[in-house]
Each structure stands twice: as C-alpha cells, then as structure tokens.
Design a protein around this ligand. Structure first.
Ligand code: ATP
Ligand code: MG
Ligand code: MG
Ligand code: MG
Length: 493
C-alpha cells in the first residue's frame, strides 16, 4: 500500500465513524506564541479542547503537517541517527471534543490497525499511563490483549526519547495521560520494550499515540481540568507506512525512496560534484549503497521541512522561525558538500517533492517556484563561505595529528573557533556541533557564548551595534539565544 493510500484509508475510516475530515493547518501556528511550529494534529484544535472555541462538529480527523525542530518536541538532533524521526512528518489523527473518550478511542485504533490495515496482533504492544487502570482494563479485558502486551509507564521526565505516557503539547496547554501503540520490527533489530533500558533502540517503534485530554497546564505547572474530557490521537504516516510496506526504517518507504533517489541524482550525478559523479545507470546499479548513505537521508528529510516551511510563509533569516529554517537548510547544504557538491543543488529536488506530495498538499504545488527560488538564493549564499569554514573546522578537529601516540583528534572544539565559524562563515552553532558530533568531538558552548557576548559588547562600545545587528552577513546571532530565552517566557518571536 502506498503512503498516499494509507493516508486516505485513515481519513476514510474515521469519516465512516462520524468524523469530519479537516484540512491540515499551516506549519506556522495561528496566533499561538507558545509554539514554534505546528508539532501535532491537535494544535489547530487547541482552543476547542480548552473550551474557548466551538466547531460545528464534535469528531474530527486530519492529516497534519508537523515540524519538530525546536521547542518542546525537538527531533532535529535525531535525524540521521534513528530510523523513525524526521524534522517534517505527517501526523494522522482523530479527535473527540467532549464526545467519545477512552473506550471508543481504543476500539477505533485497534479496529483500524488490525482489521483495516490488517496488522498481526502479535506484533503489537501498548503502553498505558501507570495510574490509568481504566485504559489498562479496556486493553486487557475488553480488547483481549494479554497482560504481557500492556505496559504501564509513569512520567519519565528527563529521559531523552524514553517513553512518557503523559502527553503535553508544550510547557503550557492541553495535556493528559495517553496510551501508545508500538510495533515490533523483529528480533534482528536492537532495542527493547518500552520501559526497559534498551527502549531507545529501533526494534519496538511507537506508531500511534492516543491522548486522553483532561487538563490545561498553566505557566506555574498547575493542571486545570478541561471543560470536557476529550481525545487527541497522532500516528506518524511515515512510521505506519514503514510497517505496512514491510520495511524497517521510515527512509525505506515509497515516498522517501523517491526523495533519496532525487537527492542522489542531484548530488552523485551532478557535473558540479567535485568528488566524483555517476550516471543514472550507475546510480541504479549502486542503489544498495546509495540507500545506505546517511547524507542522502538527511537531505531527503530536510528538503521536506524546508520546502513546506517556505510554502507556509517562513523565510530564512537570523531570527525566530526564519533562523530555524536557515539552520535546517545549512545542515542540508553541508551534507551535499560532504558528498562533493560545491554549488546549489537542493532546490532541484523540489519538483520531486511536489510530485510526491503536491496532490495531498496543494499549497506546496502552488508555491513550487517560490520555494525553489528562495532555496537557491540561500544555497548560493552559503556556498560562498562553507568551503573555507569546513577547511578551518576540519583542520581544527585534526589539529592534534602531529601528536605521536596521542589521539589524532581534539576532544573539544574551542568556543573562539566555533564563534569565528559562526560570525565569519555563517555556520550556525548547531551545524558546527553536528559536524563535530560525527567526529565525536564536543564543542565549548560556554566559550562560544562568551565570544559572542564579547563581540556584542565591543560593537556596542564602538556604537556600531545597531548596524552590525542589521547588516552583518550573519549578524551577531542574538537571535539564537534570544529565541532560547524568550521561549521560556512562552513567546518565541
Ligand atoms: P518518539 O517517542 O518516537 O520520539 P513521540 O512520543 O515524541 O515519538 P508523539 O508526540 O506521541 O511522538 O507524536 C505522535 C506520533 O507522531 C508518534 O507516535 C509517531 O508516530 C509520530 N512522530 C512523532 N515524532 C515524529 C518524528 N520526529 N518523525 C516522524 N514521526 C513522528
Ligand atoms: Mg519524540
Ligand atoms: Mg514516544
Ligand atoms: Mg508518543
């Protein structure tokens, strides 16, 4: 089943259960300063859950564009490292606004998975919130799951991607206990059941979260009961597609194969590739190697978030949302650079993306040319400095190579160099960190911050601060830290 059919089947199933099909909202949240980008299907219904807004329906279903590259749910650092995380993904969801609650939500989810998608029951495991006896009983007594398949999980704050069965949209807003459904991809893949120390592996992959929305969390962390208990669910289209297409990683599904091939065509076959080009025939023959290439996966991931963000009106800049976009674009460019590219290439993958997703998201098709233009411009700009910056960075990483008997690499990149890369060569700090991570080298972030503060102070003293902030190539990235600080106050712009 192609991912487009899987998406449609989901919407049709819930429509047949009385749900209104609602279009995806923009990636740029409407009038919600607590949120960087839309990170879940429920975002557009936040006020309905809170009782501030009413809709003509009490049941809805959608396929929502989501970006998790900042804020509470940030998966940017997971891309390229796990089989299941993207910066951009589609969240399939069904919602009840004070209509049905736990029982029907669980029944619908189980019916869709086992009868419509026909997943084998013995591959599925579920988690429930530790104290939620009601959900536990529905799964074990009414749905007939053996106790060994239903795992109780408490709050798991602090763990990196450990399961946590109390879902929150952000630090404030609607939240509640949840029950999650996992698929076992097989004993050949490392990883353990949720709640075990090995759970961060990719064997048991979370496919669907059913949240029982019951509270509104305020800034002081106090939970206020919602006017009516509601349901909010989210299933990653790419993850359920991987299951239904009998592949393990999201990157192996139809849609990603097409994007990875397009990325390979633009990089491996490009006459602008200084490292070595291949013909399309050679590419086809080498597909087994190409599909394993991590840089291509990252490019395929990033082209989606970047294109959809631009289509929704975000423009690369040095501030707020625009700076997050710029950082993702520069990461993608750097992977192209790693593959040998020395000039703009990302924008040429946009038509392939439109071919894959333009029907489901007409706004993407409508802005194809604009997306390409903005990307190309941003690429040309960064290609002017990335080469020099990379030379400095790699030389620094290997600056111990003369040490006889010692490590060839440094342990930590100093803050001054990280700042110079940022200030002169347009390397966002996270890009430098990302490159260093591949060499298992840390970055002195405190030193970076100190260097930045010093530069700002000097500029201010010289009375040039205003000019520097407005006109500099990459500006003193006050934005990067401004964003972090402001975010705490619940305002990111
Ligand atoms: P994980 O534990 O794997 O990071 P999550 O618990 O953070 O996922 P939820 O917030 O519960 O995810 O979101 C609901 C669903 O959306 C998940 O069950 C998953 O199918 C999908 N999903 C979440 N994050 C991503 C992502 N970065 N890329 C692709 N799909 C995702
Ligand atoms: Mg997560
Ligand atoms: Mg999870
Ligand atoms: Mg989850």
């Amino acid at each position: 089943m192609k991912s487009s059919e899987i998406r449609q089947k989901f919407l049709d199933f819930f429509a047949s259960k009385g749900h209104t099909i609602v279009a995806s909202s923009s990636l740029v949240p409407h009038d919600d300063p607590t949120l960087l980008f839309t990170n879940a299907g429920m975002n557009q219904f936040k006020d309905v859950f809170l009782g501030f807004d009413k809709r003509p329906y009490t049941r809805a279903t959608s396929s929502q564009k989501c970006v998790r590259a900042g804020g509470k749910h940030n998966d940017l650092e997971n891309v390229g490292y796990t089989a299941r995380h993207h910066t951009f993904f589609e969240m399939l969801g069904n919602f009840s606004f004070g209509d049905y609650f736990k029982r029907e939500a669980i029944q619908y989810a189980w019916e869709l998975l086992t009868e419509v998608y026909k997943l084998p029951k013995d591959k599925l495991y579920v988690t429930v919130y530790a104290e939620d006896d009601e959900a536990y009983d529905i799964w074990t007594k009414e749905m007939g799951l053996e106790a060994a398949r239903v795992i109780r999980i408490g709050d798991n704050k602090g763990a990196r991607y450990a399961s946590d069965n109390f879902w929150m949209m952000g630090d404030t807003g609607p939240c509640g206990p949840c029950t999650e459904i996992f698929y076992d991809h097989g004993a050949h893949i490392p990883g353990g059941l949720p709640g075990t120390p090995e759970e961060d592996g990719d064997r048991y992959i979370e496919i669907w979260n059913n949240v029982f929305m019951q509270f509104n969390r305020d800034e002081a962390g106090v939970m206020h009961p919602l006017p009516k208990p509601s349901v909010d669910t989210g299933m990653g289209l790419e993850r359920i597609s991987a299951v239904l297409q009998h592949v393990h990683a999201n990157y192996e599904i139809d849609l990603f194969q097409a994007l990875i091939k397009a990325a390979a065509r633009e990089t491996f076959c490009s006459p602008n590739n200084r490292v070595g080009t291949r013909t399309l025939d050679e590419l086809d023959r080498d597909w087994a190697v190409v599909r394993e290439n991590n840089s291509l996966k990252v490019i395929a991931d990033h082209i989606r978030s970047c294109s959809f963000l631009i289509a929704d009106g975000v423009i690369p800049s040095n501030e707020g949302r625009g700076y997050v976009l710029r950082r993702i674009i520069r990461r993608a460019i750097r992977h192209g650079y790693k593959l040998g590219m020395r000039s703009a290439f990302l924008y040429s993958i946009v038509p392939d993306l439109v071919q894959q997703m333009g029907t489901a998201y007409p706004e993407l098709a409508a802005s194809q040319q604009r997306v390409m233009d903005i990307l190309q411009q941003e690429e040309e700009r960064f290609f002017e400095t990335i080469g020099h910056g990379m030379e400095i960075l790699i030389a620094e990483i290997f600056s111990n190579r003369g040490n006889v008997g010692g490590s060839q690499k440094i342990e930590t990149l100093d803050g001054e160099t990280a700042f110079k890369l940022h200030d002169t060569y347009g390397f966002p700090l996270d890009l430098t960190e990302n490159v260093c991570r591949e060499y298992e080298v840390g970055v002195d972030v405190a030193g970076f911050n100190a260097a930045m503060a010093r530069q700002k102070e000097q500029a201010r003293a010289a009375g040039k601060f205003k000019m520097a902030a407005n006109l500099d190539y990459d500006g003193p990235a006050s934005t990067f830290h401004g964003y972090e600080t402001l975010e705490h106050k619940g305002n990111i712009l």
